[in-house]
Ligand binder design. Sequence first.
Ligand code: TGC
Ligand code: FAD
Length: 397
Amino acid sequence: YATFNWEDPLNANNLFTEEEQAIAETAERYCQERLQPRVLQAYRDEHYDPKILEEMGELGLLGSSIKGYGCAGVSSVAGGLITRAVERVDSGYRSGMSVQSSLVMGGIHEFGTEEQKERFLPEMARGKLIGAFGLTEPNHGSDPGSMESVAKPHPTKKGYFSLSGAKTWITNSPIADVLLVWAKLQETGKIRGFLIERKDCPPGTLETPAIKDKNGLRASITGMIQMDGVPVPEANMFPDVEGLKGPFSCLNSARYGISLGVMGALEDAIARARTYSLERKQFKGNPLARYQLIQKKLADAATDAAYGTLAAVQVGRLKDEGKMTPEMISMVKRQNCDSALRNVRVLQEIFGGNAVSDEYHIGRHVANLFVTQTYEGQSDIHSLILGRAITGIQAFV
Ligand code: TGC
Ligand code: FAD
């Protein structure tokens, strides 16, 4: 027999190409050497350093599945291995990258004009331009189809729209140069995508205040987008896509990235809990790892991480072969976020009182994973998407 590897119990590595393994190694090395040493302080200070995106850009980690425009053009699985490496350190760092890569660059690549692609993608791939994705509004989260943000013809500037409305809980918004905002075109009532460039906004039309004092995802920056007659040139609207298909298509890639990303956070928690349980001694000098209840917690978590990884790899392969359905993405996003959160909450118990100290990193993963279960479609919303596909009956309304 081969030797059992607790870090990769079902040998998922065996499914990766040599190129994918090399990309994963590069990403893991960068994340462990450059991100891990700064995450604790960043989380304490609720600080996100935008230089991180430039560093990722230098390594070709941004917009990695896009072909051309300065992007690496790798497989969806390779992209997922990058998110896994980043989220092994912190979900917030993965969030900043997902928004840049999947939601904004992915959206421009899928729906933008050639001119928009050439104008934005190469600079975004280098992390020199930062993106934000504005879909959620204060009154409309799970139900973005009811959004109130509106685009009207600009009253004084010919060839421009005027955007008004508010978006909230928007990753990267306070530091973003390019904001992909979804709003209803007044003329048709249909949702369209608009690229707002901060540098071109007259004073008082665009505000992006940060949302402070979060109790999760503190190493990423989150804010609002407040628009009061923002002038946006017609050339900055996505030309053809209308309706929720636009934002949801971007979400397919980002949700996929999360499904492998959260496995990184879970694997980090397993490794930390295993080490702790081998070192900590209770009752007659026995390590905690000696006890059956502790071993079961580790066995459950390792099993769920291994199954979750294999499922996500399968969906990634189908995605690249053009055989993916959005429901598959709902399934792996929901399952992997739920199982990562559930297991990490249990693993946290192994640390006893020390779990309360941030230096053990476990509490940070728990707080972050609650957010991953909530954004990009809360898990119950994905249950309803799957339930609709199984029964043919929609139960949202
Ligand atoms: P529904 O009738 O289901 O669909 C409306 C139109 O959209 C199309 N569509 C999709 N297209 C591509 N991919 C998908 N996954 C799609 N899902 C739906 C659909 O075919 C239809 O097209 P058409 O041409 O017929 O108009 O719409 P609904 O209003 O009933 O939607 C219900 C529901 C619950 C499925 C949807 O609203 C939903 O998924 N809600 C969750 C909201 C959400 O995910 N928000 C994410 C905000 S962004 C974010 O959280 C980023 S966090 C980033 C980070 O920091 O990492
Ligand atoms: P609600 O929609 O109010 O839902 C509250 C609860 O009710 C949930 O449990 C939900 O499942 C449940 N619920 C709602 N409707 C139903 C129903 N019909 N049946 C059963 N249960 C239901 N959004 C962006 O656009 N861009 C971003 O970059 C972004 N980044 C984020 C970063 C962070 C840190 C956070 C916390 C959120 C971010 N979001 C972003 C917003 C996120 O997508 C929303 O929070 C999420 O979609 C849920 O919406 P909501 O918070 O309004 O909750």
